[in-house]
Ligand binder design. Structure first.
Ligand code: SF4
Length: 347
């Protein structure tokens, strides 16, 4: 990795400090920030309002980190598009574009690989390689906006990686994303999904940002959850729920829970009742997701009928739940699967 300054990962305040140390006016930093994040320009030579001397000065200090679209897959069933994006060090990440009637969403990756080791997840099978920088997260959005010539209105950080394991870069990403001189995306339209890194949930709550927090729960029983999600050995379900209550108190944002149904493993009446017990007193919502099968995990995805039966069980217990429709199932469902396919082909 290039160790020089990555201009497009710098907040406006950081750019202003840099310009002042270079003996330049502060407003120049704002022009540069707009060039990077409103115009989404990756070529420093295109900075026509800057003199050649200033451009050379900047080039000595750092660079604009570019990512490129390596491949695009289009669903024939819905309008979902999945992208493989190549980073400057040639690593590949995955980003998904979903088109809903009134808004557009991208699901972005936050790391190359993941160290959380959830047994049902393809993203972790190639192990953790590195964190993404702020601009490598932003570039995923910018590349898709340019490719499809549209505006992304919603962002979910639910692709490859555990966002709260890359805390500082994710926070910087949010700062830049939200800046009115750049992409200007409301943080109300951002969702962060975590497997439950309790310490960082508290830290995020204290930032008091209006972000939706989603917890990948998948099983309400501590022992059973630990069998598929090793992080559960570090942070118990009880500790996660306590942290979620704190998050709600601080931000007033309702927390969501992801519940992937694995046939015969977490869809019984006993599980529904335990979910009710665990989530009592919490203002929350449950997203039911059918498992995306992968070859390394022997869990089975349930038939649609069983998913509705489980939803009914939750409804009878007065739990708010919706079934998340699988998007782009014809272009390789689960997050991390496409990338894994390419890594396997190339190795
Ligand atoms: S489910 Fe999320 S946290 Fe777990 S291994 Fe996959 S990417 Fe990492």
């Amino acid at each position: 990795m290039d160790k020089r300054l990555e201009f497009n990962s710098m907040t406006l305040v950081e750019l202003q400090e840099l310009f002042l140390t270079l003996g330049e006016k502060k407003y120049r930093a704002e022009q540069f920030f707009r060039f990077l994040h409103a115009q989404k320009n990756f070529e420093i030579e295109n900075l026509k309002q800057f003199s050649n001397t200033l451009i050379e000065k900047l080039k000595n200090e750092g660079f604009i980190n570019k990512s490129t679209i390596y491949k695009r897959y289009e669903s024939k069933i819905d309008n979902t598009k999945k992208y493989l994006i190549r980073l400057e060090d040639n690593r590949i990440i995955e980003t998904v574009f979903m088109d809903y009637k009134t808004y557009t969403t991208v699901c972005i990756s936050s790391q190359v690989g993941c160290r959380m080791g959830c047994s049902f997840c393809a993203s972790t099978k190639e192990n953790f390689k590195r964190n993404l920088t702020a601009c490598e997260m932003l570039n995923q959005i910018y590349l898709i906006e340019k490719d499809l010539n549209l505006k992304i209105t919603n962002v979910v950080i639910m692709g490859i990686g555990e966002p709260l394991d890359n805390y500082d870069n994710v926070l910087k990403f949010l700062n830049i994303l939200n800046d009115e001189r750049g992409k200007n995306l409301s943080l109300r339209n951002v969702t962060i999904s975590t497997c439950g890194l309790v310490d960082n949930i508290y830290k995020l709550a204290k930032e008091n940002l209006p972000i939706t927090l989603t917890i990948s729960l998948h099983n309400p029983f501590q022992k059973e959850r630990s069998e598929i999600m090793p992080i559960s050995n570090k942070y118990s379900i009880e500790e996660i729920i306590k942290a979620c209550k704190f998050y709600f108190e601080k931000t007033k944002r309702r927390v969501s829970f992801e519940y992937t149904i694995i046939k015969g493993q977490n869809d019984s009446q006993k599980h529904a009742k335990e979910l009710k017990r665990v989530l009592k007193d919490l203002n929350c919502h449950i997203n039911i997701i059918p498992l995306n099968e992968i070859k390394e995990f022997d869990g089975i995805s349930p038939d649609t009928k069983y998913i509705y039966i489980f939803k009914e069980k939750l409804k009878k217990l007065s739990l708010n739940a919706t079934i998340r429709k699988k998007q782009g199932i014809d272009i390789n469902g689960a997050c991390g699967q496409l990338r894994q396919g390419v890594i396997e082909q190339e190795s």
